[in-house]
Design a protein around this ligand. Structure first.
Ligand code: ADP
Ligand code: MG
Ligand code: MG
Length: 255
């Protein structure tokens, strides 16, 4: 079992107005095999948490800690985080001219495993994973993110998940821009990884829709850079009915 432990995390970002605090003490523990949903209104700091776990240079941790199996994640490079088994879908968001999906994935796999998979095995594994995601075989020969639609970007993320086999995956708004069919396929991919490799999932979402397909064990509500409420799946149902209004009225003290 592996465990990602986030303790009293405070994060700031540099803006034109100076240094702005975004996360104001976030504590969260994610174990392999568990699915955690982080929900919250727009601007509450959900993506900031994801970027901070990913090691995005724009975000500064001013106090608190992130540890993976006891190792200090904040001291690791982005590559070291991936090698340790922490997967972040937004790690490679850019177009990579001249690099095909299949070569990109093989390079990533080699970096994580420390040795290159044989071409024959790799081609077979990529084909198989793409079949699961109902992706056209031609997709493997396209350049990474070049002209990808929203749905193709999401499927490419899940393709990485299937092939790179991380221990913990952070999925930020994986549901956004997907129609119901694509949402089902993407969710099946996540659920397959959960079943096959005991993946731990941190699923960040504004809407409850994806939680009908990927069932959370724990739900955390983030408002203004803090977790203000935690519960089981029933909390997501409550948010579906009530929205976030009661967290935004201000009478509630942060947990
Ligand atoms: P969420 O994902 O919950 O919608 P974000 O983490 O994207 O929230 O943003 C939280 C707050 O931090 C917002 O007010 C946003 O404007 C601000 N913020 C986040 N990232 C940056 C950035 N790179 N530069 C400036 N402001 C940022
Ligand atoms: Mg947002
Ligand atoms: Mg966001």
């Amino acid at each position: 079992m592996s465990v990602l432990e986030i303790r009293d995390l405070h994060v700031t970002v540099e803006t034109d107005e100076g240094t702005t605090p975004i996360l104001n003490g976030v504590t969260l523990t994610i174990r392999t095999g568990e699915t955690h949903a982080i929900m919250g209104p727009n601007g509450s700091g959900k993506s900031t948490l994801a970027y901070t776990i990913a090691g995005h240079p724009k975000y500064t941790v001013t106090s608190g800690s992130i540890a993976f199996d006891g190792e200090d994640v904040l001291a690791m490079t982005v590559d070291e985080r991936a090698r340790a088994g922490v997967f972040l879908a937004m790690q490679y968001p850019v177009e990579i001219p001249g690099v095909t999906v299949t070569n990109f994935l093989r390079t990533a796999k080699t970096a994580i495993d420390g040795e290159a998979p044989s071409i024959r095995t790799w081609t077979k594994d990529v084909k198989e994973a793409m079949k699961h995601l109902r992706m056209d075989g031609k997709f493997a020969q396209r350049n990474v993110n070049e002209g990808f639609s929203g749905g193709e970007k999401k499927r490419h993320e899940i393709l990485q998940l299937e092939l790179l086999k991380p221990k913990i995956a952070v999925l930020d708004e994986t549901d956004s821009g997907l129609d119901v069919d694509a949402l089902k396929i993407v969710s099946e991919g996540v659920n397959r990884a959960k079943a096959q490799t005991n993946l731990g999932v941190l699923l960040i979402t504004h809407y409850t829709r994806i939680l009908r397909y990927i069932h959370p064990d724990f739900v955390h509500v983030m408002v203004k850079g803090r977790i203000v409420e935690e519960g089981g799946p029933e909390l997501a149902d409550r948010l579906e009915n009530e929205g976030y209004d009661r967290f935004l009225e201000g009478e509630l003290e942060p947990a």
